[in-house]
Design a protein around this ligand. Structure first.
Ligand code: ADP
Ligand code: MG
Length: 236
């Protein structure tokens, strides 16, 4: 479980997170859903250690990580604009994290093969990132983030820059990947359809607050307030 307890974050006078508490169940695919500017990325970055809270604590699997550097938190990150190493093959991009951890070569090779299969890029190992489509590149990003067997996967609008059809495909990939590896996953999105279609747990955010947390059906059937009701709208 990831726990966020009483986290507040200000940028100058502006309150981006106002005493936020949240529990993310182990093995869940949790979506952090809310309109632009509601504080989703700030919360994700604080969980990941890329930003520090003014007050409050974060624990991962019982360990207090509030003051721990990002690389010591056992987290894989995927962002909207994936920074691939352009001069490295797909295989080397995915292997990168394993190699800097001095993983034995046979182990690196088998792990990379396995991951490329899972994300449907087995035939693309020796290509370079610019020879991939946008969707394939984000699948490579997923494989790279998962290579080091993180305890937690954090994704910030990972499919946001892609067109609707590719986005729908990537949702399916992420869902399937999650069913296979069961890594605790937090997906930031402003797209309610995306959250409703792939997450098993959704935290709805508005204006620096968490408004409600629950399964898709629960939120739809029993919205806690007018904001949740209005934001979720009818489910297709
Ligand atoms: P979301 O991801 O939900 O769109 P963010 O967490 O990125 O929202 O931002 C929440 C609010 O905090 C926004 O109003 C944003 O402008 C502000 N904000 C975020 N990061 C900074 C920063 N580094 N400096 C100043 N304001 C920031
Ligand atoms: Mg954001």
């Amino acid at each position: 479980m990831i726990t966020v307890s009483n986290v507040t974050k200000r940028f100058g006078d502006f309150v981006a997170l106002d005493d936020v508490s949240l529990e993310i169940p182990d093995g869940s695919l949790t979506a952090l859903l809310g309109p632009s500017g509601s504080g989703k990325s700030t919360l994700l970055r604080i969980i990941g250690g890329l930003e520090h809270a003014d007050t409050g604590t974060v624990t991962i699997h019982g360990d207090d990580v509030t003051n721990l550097a990002p690389q010591k938190r056992g987290i894989g990150f995927v962002f909207q604009h994936y920074a691939a190493f352009k001069h490295m093959t797909v295989q080397d991009n995915v292997a990168f994290g394993l190699k800097i951890r001095k993983t034995p070569k046979e182990r690196v090779d088998s792990r990379v093969d396995e991951l490329l299969k899972i994300v449907g890029l087995a035939g693309f190992a020796t290509r370079y990132p610019q020879q991939l489509s946008g969707g394939q590149r984000q699948r490579m990003a997923l494989a790279r983030a998962l290579a080091v067997e993180p305890k937690v996967l954090l994704l910030d609008e990972p499919f946001g820059a892609l067109d609707a059809k590719v986005r729908a495909e990537l949702r399916e990939w992420l869902r399937r990947l999650h069913d296979e590896v069961h890594v605790t996953t937090l997906l930031v999105t402003h797209d309610q359809e995306e959250a409703m279609s792939i997450a098993d747990n959704i935290a709805v955010m508005d204006n620096a607050h968490i408004e409600q947390v629950g399964g898709p059906r629960e939120l739809y059937d029993r919205p806690a307030n007018q904001f949740v009701m209005g934001f979720l709208g009818p489910v297709a």
